[in-house]
Design a protein around this ligand. Structure first.
Ligand code: URA
Length: 197
């Protein structure tokens, strides 16, 4: 409730960031060093949502800047996109201690902000990085191996947006044999965007 009221009708991302800075309804804020909001374009046809900031992100206050983020940038470059073409964020805005998966309470506390962020960015396609992001954003259970590559529509602010879960780059760093599947998903994402021009 508090988050919904705070995220409300924030007129811009800058204003939403101010509201997040003043929001104390997510327990992760107490242990994090920095708020980690987004990087990339303010409006973008493609939005990337990951799980949560890690150590590098907590230190810098910027999502996906560590090793997983560097691989994410390579995955985007492989489909011809740079940082200026995408909007990159996470399901929660503060690092969970020890990089644990955020709890349902923590993701729920941040959700109204994420929904308002999606409304302001107006993406046509959202790629969900990893099982935790897919479960949170889609509200469905299940492992990423089952969810990945399957398009689902979500409704945010009266708009229908196509979402595609894929493998998290941190997982791909540990398991490079799975890059083929992630590549297939990234190609599907760019093909969908090209079909919507
Ligand atoms: N992993 C994520 O899911 N998000 C980040 O920002 C960094 C690593």
């Amino acid at each position: 409730m508090a988050a919904r009221a705070a995220a409300g009708e924030a007129p811009s991302l800058a204003d939403l960031k101010l509201r997040l800075e003043g929001f104390n309804g997510c327990a992760l804020k107490a242990t994090a060093k920095n708020l980690c909001f987004f990087r990339g374009a303010e409006r973008a046809r493609l939005m990337i949502i990951g799980e949560a900031p890690g150590r590098d992100e907590d230190l810098s206050g910027v999502p996906f800047v560590g090793p997983a983020g560097q691989l994410l940038d390579k995955m985007l470059a492989a489909i011809g996109l740079g940082e200026a073409d995408v909007h990159i964020t996470n399901t929660v805005y503060w690092r969970p201690p020890g990089n644990r998966t955020p709890s349902p309470q923590e993701t729920q506390a941040c959700r109204p902000f994420l929904d308002r962020q999606i409304e302001l960015v107006e993406p046509q396609v959202i790629v969900l990085m990893g099982g935790a992001a897919a479960n949170t954003v889609l509200g469905v259970p299940g492992g990423i191996m089952r969810l990945r590559g399957n398009w689902r529509a979500i409704e945010v602010g009266g708009r229908t947006i196509k979402t595609l879960p894929t493998l998290h780059p941190a997982f791909l760093l540990r398991s490079p044999a799975h890059k083929k599947q992630a590549w297939r998903d990234m190609l599907a994402a760019i093909e969908a965007l090209e079909g919507m021009r």
